[in-house]
Write a protein that binds this ligand. Sequence first.
Ligand SMILES: NC(=O)c1ccc[n+]([C@@H]2O[C@H](COP(=O)([O-])OP(=O)(O)OC[C@H]3O[C@@H](n4cnc5c(N)ncnc54)[C@H](O)[C@@H]3O)[C@@H](O)[C@H]2O)c1
Length: 250
Amino acid sequence: MLTSRIILITGAAGGIGRATALAVARAGGAVFATDQSGAGAEATAAAVRKEGARAAAHTCNVADEKSVQAMVAAAVEEFGRIDGAFNNAGIEGAPDAAATLAEADFDRVMAVNVKGVWLSMKHELAHMLPRGQGVIVNTASIAGLVGTTGYAAYNASKHAVTGLTKSAAISYAARGVRVNAVCPGFIDTEMTGRIFADQAERKAGLLTRIAQGRFGAAEEIANAVVWMLSDAARYMNGHLLTVDGGYVAM
Ligand SMILES: NC(=O)c1ccc[n+]([C@@H]2O[C@H](COP(=O)([O-])OP(=O)(O)OC[C@H]3O[C@@H](n4cnc5c(N)ncnc54)[C@H](O)[C@@H]3O)[C@@H](O)[C@H]2O)c1
């Protein structure tokens, strides 16, 4: 599905990012794995190479423009081009709702989740637009579609990702670049491990509100992202694809 495609992935050290790197490899693509954890990115690249695909790793903080610019330049230097990008790095931030959230927490979540996605798109687009082709998938969330109890900054940041996605999609559709977002539901990763640590009761209550009655696996998001990055989705643009076991539909 992605034969010979060069795919850049942010937040590739674990969870959804690493699962997507492996799914891209199985679909025939090459992976430029980036993360603020250089060791984590390298471990993902090694796992991709084990699948028989080409991979390279790079350390990048998506909240820093120079770092993002260097990431895109390094990917082009390594593989000659970028065909697709999965802007997936994100943090959950503090669990507070609006009345108790600290300014520093709000700024931190916005810097990574919103500015990070914008900066990644900005520099990927600078490479893709002159080529007249490219595909971008951003990681939003069901928290970009509906309200959450607490995690106000995260909730706001993911709604912002959906806006950035739609704006870029309609701005660049005529120039050959597609931009969409995946909206995962509750997925078993380190992030949800942190959120639900010591909260078995809260998690059990939540499961009754997921139609399929379970958290998703990172691979289940990765499979959707591979399809979104492929030509099979060539008429999909500005779309927010929910993959949530039926949570939002309930
Ligand atoms: N797990 C879920 O239930 C869920 C649901 C919806 C959306 N998401 C989103 O999916 C994405 C991946 O989440 P995950 O569950 O795999 O989490 P995770 O914590 O397992 O992975 C996130 C990765 O992003 C990296 N990262 C964090 N800040 C960074 C920065 N400034 N620069 C570069 N890399 C950075 C981390 O090092 C980590 O490897 C996030 O955007 C998250 O908000 C997750």
